[in-house]
Design a protein. Structure first.
Length: 262
């Protein structure tokens, strides 16, 4: 079953992909999903600056809890990661969808999170004030405002905002409301919130993947969700989504430890 938003999709899995010259063999050299609209300067700058700010906060937190050397390694690793995915996006490599090259980025993110979940530095991040760990997720409010603007400009698929299948603004708002009162909330209750909000992020990412112009696309409509393969929008999954999940991992470890000590 496929969901449809607005006009018919610009990608038809049954139709061979062709380059503008009409030769199938050249399809890997050109983006197959041109954007329906040019992103505004405000949108572009927003998706450029926000990952830099959020990434810097993560590096600062690692430096604060694990020391200057760990902070330096974190800064270098993040810089290399952002440069790598940004470079691939600029070259057009990630904007190939049959097979979807963006899956290389998603695979790298999953490997990193699986590795980070067992590292001492994520345990040490959990020593930060609990209100900071919860309140960190409020950056997703800004992400959702930018995504809503992207949908309104015709850059992102309609499912990518709160009028579609993206309810990720709820974790951001609830984090902002909860952080002043976290000391009064039992760890088990807060853990339920943490897992639930991580689940919303999983649904959001799943919707984004299913509306991308892949051969197994299930959410139809224009524009196909290919903007995340362009620079600087590629930093949305590479930095912002990864940071949100990392925050959930850190908070999960902290709350699990506190629950076991009760």
């Amino acid at each position: 079953m496929r969901l449809h938003y607005g006009a018919a999709s610009i990608y038809d899995p049954a139709r061979p992909l062709q380059s503008p010259s009409g030769h199938d063999g050249a399809r890997k050299k050109t983006p197959v999903t041109p954007l329906n609209a040019t992103p505004s300067p405000t949108l572009t700058v927003g998706f450029f600056l926000l990952p830099l700010i959020v990434g810097s906060l993560v590096v600062w937190a690692i430096r604060r809890t694990s020391g200057p050397t760990a902070g330096l390694w974190a800064a270098m690793g993040l810089s290399a990661w952002m440069a790598w995915v940004g470079g691939l996006a600029i070259l057009g490599f990630l904007d190939q969808w049959n097979p979807p090259h963006m899956f290389l980025v998603f695979a790298a993110i999953l490997v990193f999170l699986a590795w980070a979940a067992r590292q001492p530095w994520t345990e040490r991040l959990g020593t930060l004030p609990l209100a900071w760990l919860v309140g960190f997720q409020s950056f997703r409010i800004v992400v959702e405002i930018l995504l809503h603007a992207a949908v309104r400009e015709g850059v992102a698929h309609p499912t990518m905002t709160w009028t579609g299948n993206n309810w990720d603004i709820l974790p951001g708002i609830s984090a902002l409301l909860l952080c002043p009162f976290v000391q009064r909330i039992k760890p088990g209750t807060l853990q339920i919130w943490n897992i639930s909000m991580a689940g919303i992020l999983v649904v959001t990412v799943g919707s984004a993947i299913l509306s991308a112009p892949t051969p197994f696309r299930q959410i139809m409509g224009d524009p196909a969700n290919s903007f995340v393969a362009r620079f600087p929008f590629v930093w949305l999954p590479a930095v912002l989504v990864t940071s949100a999940w990392l925050g959930h991992v850190v908070l999960f470890r902290r709350l699990r430890r506190e629950s076991s000590e009760e």
